[in-house]
Design a protein around this ligand. Structure first.
Ligand SMILES: Cc1cc2nc3c(=O)[nH]c(=O)nc-3n(C[C@H](O)[C@H](O)[C@H](O)COP(=O)(O)OP(=O)(O)OC[C@H]3O[C@@H](n4cnc5c(N)ncnc54)[C@H](O)[C@@H]3O)c2cc1C
Length: 370
């Protein structure tokens, strides 16, 4: 969307179907909402019935801490759209902006010129393959990125700390309050209101416990969590589940080399943090904003490629350096209440740096966006 708006000729391919779901608990942070607003997509997300949340509650033991997240310019609160809503709105807006988008088409590999520079992709069209030439190939293809593997992107940072998740959707919960409970070591749970009058109710546990207790038995493991917690039992009283349970076993966080000759990585493909951060979508948005601004400088204005892409990676890595440590600490789920509170305070400081970056010259300012 951003590259097409910058006047570039863009082809995006996705092996998934248009409108398909993605494993996520949907929460966008303030910077994510800001970018949706700048891009002109937030109103469509709201029109799809996504509720606004103006309060976030944390429980670390003792009295709950409530944070007011309402109002700052165009950001009137937080939004947590289902991915079947968010991804569709972004794809539609990218098409309106002039990008060509093909679903059900997978990237099988990349092609390289004799100097080793990436110069295209090999597409798997089901019964045939086709090579498409490209000046740049961007891997926005998730944590198991084929683009990252094909270019041999180096891992710069790896953090084994991670947690496993089980979640499902329920009716009957407040639609204007995000809840996080980190009171008990070894477990966290929370509620994130989303579309259709539903709220996503999640539980985080250690990957070891997930392997032994939850694999193949998500419903039983979730029920055991509820039974062992008065707070969860109270929270879910009178609510009704809609649909089944989904689970994620936990993956270590990483930061990969973000670019090389003819290629760059954005979103989870280059940078992944544990979902306790509820920040992966916002990271992908911020990365898209920074990378597109660099690439537009290169292609439209003849800026030196290495320098422009290094700028993208520098900003991404600086944010990651502040975000990854508190997220890793929370993902281990071994902090007591006060230490969890401290990690969330550090996370909040990191989010402020991100917010400042989005108001700096490093990204396109709103007036430049249609
Ligand atoms: C349990 C869980 C809960 C989460 N909760 C949150 C949350 O509350 N808030 C938040 O911000 N983040 C959350 N995240 C993280 C968030 O979902 C990701 O960070 C985000 O989806 C990353 O976006 P992306 O576009 O980089 O990758 P993805 O969303 O993974 O998209 C990658 C795309 O690439 C396509 N693709 C992959 N390989 C190929 C190929 N070879 N050819 C063609 N297409 C390909 C896929 O079909 C997919 O559409 C959560 C993650 C998990 C696991």
């Amino acid at each position: 969307m951003l590259l097409a708006r910058g006047g570039l000729r863009v082809l995006a391919v996705d092996r998934s179907a248009y409108g398909s779901d993605t494993l996520s608990t949907h929460s966008l942070s303030k910077s994510g909402v800001l970018l949706l607003s700048r891009w002109g997509v937030l109103d469509r997300v709201k029109a799809a019935g996504t509720p606004v949340t103006r309060t976030v509650e944390f429980r670390y033991g003792g009295d709950p801490v409530r944070i007011d997240v309402s109002g700052e310019g165009d950001v009137d609160g937080l939004y947590s759209p289902r991915r079947t809503v968010l991804d569709v709105e972004l794809v539609d807006e990218a098409r309106r902006s002039g990008a060509e988008i093909c679903h059900g088409v997978s990237v099988a590999g990349l092609s390289f010129d004799p100097t080793g520079r990436v110069n295209g992709v090999e597409l798997n069209l089901g019964t045939s393959t086709r090579r498409i030439g490209a000046r740049f190939v961007l891997g926005a293809d998730g944590g198991r990125s084929r683009v990252a593997a094909a270019v041999g992107a180096r891992t710069i940072v790896e953090d084994p700390s991670c947690s496993a998740f089980i979640f499902s959707y329920r009716t009957g919960l407040a639609d204007d309050l995000i809840q996080n409970d980190y009171e008990v070591r070894g477990r966290a749970f929370g509620v994130i209101p989303t579309n259709d009058g539903l709220a996503c109710v999640w539980v985080a546990m250690s990957p070891q416990r997930f392997r032994t207790e939850a694999r193949g038995n998500l419903e039983g493991a979730f029920a055991a969590e509820v039974d062992s917690s008065e707070k969860m039992t109270e929270l879910l009283r009178g609510t009704e589940r809609v649909g089944g349970f989904r689970g994620a076993p936990g993956h270590p966080g990483f930061l990969r080399q973000a670019h090389g000759p003819g290629w760059a990585l954005v979103g989870d493909a280059g940078y992944y943090k544990d979902p306790v951060s509820a920040h992966g979508i916002t990271d992908a948005f911020v990365g898209a904003e920074l990378l597109s601004s660099s690439l537009i400088d290169v292609i439209n204005d003849g800026a030196p490629e290495q320098e422009a892409l290094a700028r993208f990676q520098m900003h991404r890595d600086a944010l990651a350096a502040t975000l990854m440590p508190p997220v890793a600490a929370l993902a281990r789920l071994d902090l007591d209440g006060p230490a969890s509170a401290m990690a969330f305070r550090q996370l909040n400081e990191a989010l402020k740096s991100e917010w400042q970056l989005l108001h700096s010259d490093a990204v396109a300012q709103p007036a430049a966006v249609c």
